[in-house]
Design a protein around this ligand. Structure first.
Ligand code: CDP
Length: 234
């Protein structure tokens, strides 16, 4: 393996997350909410529901429905992003839903819907992961019945090195970068989302997944801490 990335641009260790901040209950009008900052990637998630789904013909009498909406604010990126949905935001919304749905006890609220809105107000890579982490936290804050929290982080290969939590600068490394966002259920360690953008060998992927799981575990503990800070429970 050729190593051309000896020291990370921001001085972090290869297996180190960016500085993380999490807080729940930040949107008064929402049933649950959370802010998650990981380095210069910052998102806010708001949850509304469970509430009756309209129009009624969309209701599922067996279980509730989860809807996720990911949005990047115009000022969140250096080059102004045109407001409104894009193919990318539709894809990320779907990834979020798939990453979270299996942890919710949807059968406990038939005919109902839970809406999750995530706004990215500063983007520096890893926004889908920060969105999943924030959304799961906001769902817990809303009291939506769930088995466990989900946390997410990107791992990858930058200049021949396996790294945790890529920045935008790393994603754009001149030697090329491989980006692997992963989402994990806290206690079980079950992976609920995994994407791969770039090239990687099987051995490197194994190493990257281990590192990603380690990152997710750290984020999971921080999620629990953020909930404890509000509810003061175990
Ligand atoms: O954000 P994430 O890594 O999950 O998704 P991405 O599609 O791989 O985007 C990587 C990064 O590109 C974002 O986090 C932004 O920093 C940047 N980006 C941008 O500058 N302008 C856009 N319209 C979309 C993304």
């Amino acid at each position: 393996m050729i190593r051309v990335y000896e020291k990370r641009f921001d001085g972090r260790k290869f297996d180190e997350l960016r500085p993380v901040k999490m807080k729940v209950d930040v949107v008064p009008s929402a049933d649950g909410s959370a802010v998650v900052e990981i380095g210069n990637t910052k998102v806010i998630a708001s949850v509304f529901g469970p509430k009756p789904l309209h129009p009624k013909h969309l209701q599922n009498p067996e279980k509730g429905i989860l809807r996720c909406y990911y949005d990047m604010m115009s000022f969140s990126v250096p080059e102004r992003k045109r407001p409104g949905p894009t193919r990318r935001s539709i894809e990320i919304s779907m990834v979020m839903k798939n990453a979270l749905a299996s942890t919710l006890l949807l059968e406990e609220f038939p005919k109902a819907v839970v809406d999750v809105f995530v706004e990215v107000y500063e983007a520096n890579a890893g926004t889908r992961c920060a969105s999943i982490t924030a959304a799961s936290l906001a769902l817990a804050d809303a009291g939506v019945p769930m088995r466990d929290l989900v946390s997410a982080v990107a791992v990858g290969k930058v200049g021949g090195m396996i790294v945790l939590d890529l920045t935008k600068e790393e994603e754009d490394h001149p030697e090329g970068a491989t980006d692997i966002p992963i989402a994990m259920v806290g206690r079980s360690g079950k992976i609920t989302a995994l994407q791969l953008d770039g090239a990687i060998t099987k051995e490197e992927l194994k190493k990257a997944l281990e590192l990603g799981k380690k990152g997710c575990s750290i984020l999971y503990e921080m999620q629990r801490k953020a909930l404890k800070a509000k509810y003061g429970v175990r």
